[in-house]
Ligand binder design. Sequence first.
Ligand SMILES: NC(=O)c1ccc[n+]([C@@H]2O[C@H](COP(=O)([O-])OP(=O)(O)OC[C@H]3O[C@@H](n4cnc5c(N)ncnc54)[C@H](OP(=O)(O)O)[C@@H]3O)[C@@H](O)[C@H]2O)c1
Length: 270
Amino acid sequence: MKKKSKCYTLITGASAGIGRATALMAAAKNHNLILTARRLDRLQALQLECLKAGATDVQIFEVDVRNRASVEALAQQMKAQNIKLKNLINNAGLAKGTELFQNADLNNFNEMIDTNVKGLLNVTRIMLPFLIETRGHIINLGSVAGRLVYEGGSVYCASKFAVRALTEGLRMDLKGTGIRVTNIAPGMVNTDFSLVRLGNQQKADSVYSDMMPLSANDIAETILWCVERPAHVNIQELVIYPTDQATVGQVVRGEKSIKNLTEFDKSFEE
Ligand SMILES: NC(=O)c1ccc[n+]([C@@H]2O[C@H](COP(=O)([O-])OP(=O)(O)OC[C@H]3O[C@@H](n4cnc5c(N)ncnc54)[C@H](OP(=O)(O)O)[C@@H]3O)[C@@H](O)[C@H]2O)c1
């Protein structure tokens, strides 16, 4: 009988937020993990947490997705160890700034496109031979910003529209390989995302003030649910907003926030 090989889940941007939460949840489900990001110290701490949570093998690599050579070096190491990659979670991404286009810093535009679009292309193209071998699953972190454009967000939105287009195109080009491709499109998730975007903790906190955003764990659960569907089921796209966000730019705060309404609901259970 053919010996079974250990399969791995690779997460980009695992050092914080959604990537980190997904790593911990996948570890608790005994996935073997390859965790990548630029901040190696954070990955080292996470590696220990994942091993404690239930993963048997957790490998960490300092990878900047914008740097093709660093992604190629990762692939070389994986090849040398005969690693079988089952799931690729293209999570690394960011937004920078909220200025109107005419006032915005061109460096921010480049950083968003280089990370969210070109970084995802680097990782996906270089990892595809591994995924074709295992009939793997690609999960792309898109956004509701990949469905609707908002003022001061044109380039971030353009990058996430691109992620959505790439997800659809990949599904077409890869048909017949057994590979599944999924776009996860979250609304507001309370992570370091707003801190990175606005560069200031106070401003970042105000984004989520007096309302109940999604948590990184909410998205991690969603990602793993998609991965756990049987091989013949591909969740093509999943749009997930907090209840307090009706759509982009329409957020309920204060007494009508679900935070307060759920307090009210508890009185029915008594
Ligand atoms: N939070 C939200 O409201 C929200 C909503 C919709 C979609 N998303 C998407 O969800 C994904 C995760 O974001 P998050 O909310 O978890 O934000 P986060 O807490 O800031 O985490 C972002 C992660 O991406 C990594 N990263 C950024 N640039 C990178 C690069 N060049 N190379 C490698 N890794 C890089 C960061 O690690 P290092 O800095 O250590 O490299 C970090 O681990 C992003 O694609 C984001 O666009 C977020």
